[in-house]
Design a protein. Structure first.
Length: 111
């Protein structure tokens, strides 16, 4: 479910690829069976393309990567968390518009 610029995050690479990243990282916590997650996927892919080089954008399958999901208290999906400097910068649960996510990303880049 990932596009060319959409990364795949896992329990194994989360620390190095997300928490230690030198740019903000938008992580879509999802699962294959989740219909709202599927509805959000094209927006996540568009953001990955639009913000390429300024922000990392990726997905983490909560069914396959439970350690990270538990660590960040993911109890509902889709949940999208924006990380900056290894910390949670902002968090959205449920479907939001592309404009909402762009505002979130622009704010993190400007900080």
């Amino acid at each position: 479910m990932a596009g060319a610029n959409t990364l795949e995050f896992t329990d194994g690479n989360f620390d190095s690829d997300v928490l230690k990243a030198d740019v903000p990282v938008l992580v879509d916590f999802w699962a294959e069976w989740c219909q709202p997650c599927r509805m959000l996927a094209p927006t996540i892919e568009k953001l990955a393309n639009d913000f390429k080089g300024r922000v990392k954008v990726g997905k983490l399958d909560t069914d396959s990567n439970r350690q990270v999901a538990v660590k960040f208290g993911i109890t509902a999906i889709p949940t999208v968390i924006l990380f900056k400097d290894g910390e949670v910068h902002s968090k959205v649960v449920g479907l939001k518009s592309e404009a909402d996510f762009k505002t979130m990303l622009e704010g993190a880049i400007a900080d």
